[in-house]
Every structure is written in C-alpha cells, then in structure tokens.
Design a protein around this ligand. Sequence first.
Ligand code: ZN
Ligand code: ZN
Length: 141
Amino acid sequence: MAKRITGRCFCGAVQFQFDEPPLVARACWCRDCQYLSSGNASVGAIFRTETFTTTGEVREYYSTADSGAAMRRRFCPKCGTPLFSEDLSLPDFMVVRAGALDDPELSRPQSTIWTASAPSWGFVDPELPSCGGHPAPAGKT
Ligand SMILES: [Zn+2]
Ligand SMILES: [Zn+2]
C-alpha cells in the first residue's frame, strides 16, 4: 500500500493528495519563481499527475516561462497560496509548491536550477548539482 501524500493551501480551502511520493524536488531561481516565493528560490516537488486528486476551488493563471514553455499555475483564490504549476506540453507531470505539502521533508531539493537569475545574495547549495538556466525535461517549476 503506497503512502498517501497530502497537502493544502494556507487557509485549508484547497486540499490535495497523491498516492505516491514526488519523483524529485528542486529549487528554482527563475524570475517567475521569485515572484511566487517572496524573493527566494521556489522549491517544487514534481509528481506524476496520474494519482492526483484535489478538492476546493482554485484559480488559474497562464503564462510563458523563461524557458518558453506554456505554463498553467493554480492557486487558492481565498488565501493566494501558489499550489500547482504545469508545463502544458508535459501533462503527465505536475509541480507542487513544496510549502503546500503537509510533510515538507518530502521535498528536499536535489538540484538547483536557473541560478543565473538569482540575486547576488541568493544562496545556492554548493553540495547540489545546479544549472544556470533550464534543465532537461521532467517538469518545470
Ligand atoms: Zn487557501
Ligand atoms: Zn522557476
């Protein structure tokens, strides 16, 4: 029996779950993520969409990422928590903003991406692999 992974937005109006743990998590310094994470890198956990279920109303925002990818981002309209982001060309995967997971230990970043967009004070973990821009596919944050 797989361990169920649960999460919610800040106010609790949106709840979600997956039947399996994230494939990978990474810290992203792209400019878009800086808006969504209060100036720091955003930690995103990449899940397979297959077992995803959610309750509660979300709003969507569509934009083009720095990589050129068409993205859909979903957030709670009540409290504003950024929850999910998806590259529309990769429907099998979705990124969950790590802060929304009930167990933040599940989303320890394994790499840092878009480091070239980080401010001079931005901390990039030297122990982790990193890249200055867009990494190989498998979902984007
Ligand atoms: Zn909320
Ligand atoms: Zn990003």
